[in-house]
Design a protein. Structure first.
Length: 72
């Protein structure tokens, strides 16, 4: 999960993007409505990235000990 190359990751993760969205990611916004669309895509990328990271962590099956649990 790297904010610097989020556009490239987003294009890989969402291969069914409309051509105008791909062009918008590559060329940037020229209006406020386009900036809002880019922001919406960034939020979607961030959500996907967090889910992927959580799945990666869950796949490692890390066991976290309960600090309140008393062992005898």
């Amino acid at each position: 999960m790297n904010d610097e190359n989020w556009k490239e990751e987003f294009k890989k993760w969402k291969p069914n993007l409309k051509p105008f969205k791909i062009k918008l990611l590559e060329e940037g916004a020229t209006s406020q409505s386009q900036a809002l669309m880019i922001n919406d895509m960034w939020c979607e990328w961030k959500d996907l990235a967090v889910k992927r990271k959580l799945n990666e962590i869950a796949g490692k099956s890390l066991e976290i000990e309960d600090p309140w649990y008393e062992r005898n």
